[in-house]
Write a protein that binds this ligand. Sequence first.
Ligand code: PLP
Length: 320
Amino acid sequence: MPVSMSDSELRERFGSRPDLADVAAYGAPQLDVAVRLNTNESPYPPPKDFMEDLGRSVANLGLNRYPDRDFPALREGLARHVGTLTERIWVANGSNEIIQQLVQAFGGSERKAMTFEPTYAMHSHITRVSGTRFIRARRNPDFTMDLEASLSAIGLSQPEIIFLCSPNNPTGTVIPDEDVAAICDAAPGLVILDEAYAEFSGGSLWRLVEDYEHLVVVRTFSKAWRMAGARIGYMVAQGSVGRGPHGPCPRRGVDGHGRDDPPRAGPVVERAVHNPGHHRLPEPRQLHPVPVRVGAGPRGLAPTAGARGARPRLLLDPGL
Ligand SMILES: Cc1ncc(COP(=O)(O)O)c(C=O)c1O
């Protein structure tokens, strides 16, 4: 017989973790506008012939089978794309899931993760939802990193996970290569370098993983490659970031308890995007540069008047 319970009784018996009570859901509304600045999606769809290829590949999938949980073909293709070894690549459903797997494996209630704010909101969100202690360090007023202050924050707090984001969302600030290296030198644990926008800057620092086995470089096909809907994110790492049965887990260098938490591999996209011997992905497409100055808009970014006449008004026009 159903028993009726008050709201507070319900919350007490079936409520989520009390430490999540003040955690809001990730707040990036999906607006019906052409240019979605809040989610940084490309307004351009992938090329037509790529989509036709994808459709043909999807038609031949054996969906009655579970996919290979190590997705070797996709990882081989990505390794070729990056120019590294297949064993250095791990893939998941978007770079958010890579970050989530890393925090599940390397974080936890006894551990701390540090961000340099303002930065991508999911870093702190995933940290908090995983129960990992969250330490918020600051950037300079112009949103560059203050290396000395950052190193001393790291020295004081000894975080097991450090998040870096370059170019940084939402400020666009790039962390100089030598500062990334200095932070890796000082880090007592894992360094996650989120490079979601590396294609819009001088390039990726993935080669640094050869020098630092506690560095993980996280990349995505959601931005310059205009495939946010495909949910393909990957990481480049070596050594200490081993792969457990199905995902990242601590190995040597950084101790901890990897959890066997199988990722969903996005099998349709995985097999369709990568045809062995026929490595086809749409080219990243550069957007028209909109001159941007930092600190002017309500959230730190606002187009300035420039060669193409982009004005702050741009943000207010319908469609943006
Ligand atoms: C810095 C940063 N990292 C990661 C992501 C998530 O990308 P993905 O679509 O690969 O999960 C975003 C998306 O906005 C981002 O801005």
